[in-house]
Ligand binder design. Structure first.
Ligand code: ZN
Length: 151
């Protein structure tokens, strides 16, 4: 079941050949991370060439749908019509890889947000082939074991 938090007036991202695999997984409500087939370096957002070894071959591996808040800001000014204020933009540390994901915290009172709190990803279906990851505070504090990617 899908929920909506942002209005249809929000600008939608456009897939490119380099990001298509990421968007296809997102449409299936799966978080994936791009990994270089040559040296194993993870990168996000998806890009055509590894910044470490400059090879083009890459794959997408599944990542557990949770992380922790690295930083955040509370937005009090509407940049698109119809958006409900305030809303929260957060940078999420993914625990299994050295990358971060920029998204929105939803269903969250801004006064409750703290750096380091655990979040779970939820998916907002923007159309039949487009879903965006959002995050909400985790309902329970989980043991911070580092999960495996690709499982
Ligand atoms: Zn590489």
């Amino acid at each position: 079941m899908s929920e909506r938090w942002f209005p249809d007036t929000m600008p939608l991202p456009a897939a490119s050949p380099d990001t298509l695999g990421w968007w296809q997984a997102a449409a299936e409500h799966r978080l994936v991370v791009q990994v270089c087939d040559a040296c194993g370096r993870y990168r996000h957002p998806p890009s055509p060439r590894c910044p470490q070894c400059h090879q083009e071959a890459s794959s997408f591996v599944d990542h557990p749908p949770h992380g922790t808040i690295y930083t955040f800001t509370v937005v009090h000014q509407a940049f698109v019509p119809g958006i409900e204020l305030p809303y929260i933009v957060a940078v999420i540390d993914l625990p299994a890889v050295p990358i971060r994901l920029v998204t929105n915290l939803v269903d969250t009172d801004p006064s409750e947000v703290r750096i380091g709190l655990p979040v779970d990803l939820v998916w907002e279906d923007m159309g039949p082939d487009l879903a965006l990851p959002r995050a909400r505070l985790a309902s329970t504090i989980r043991v911070q074991a580092v999960p495996e990617v690709g499982g």
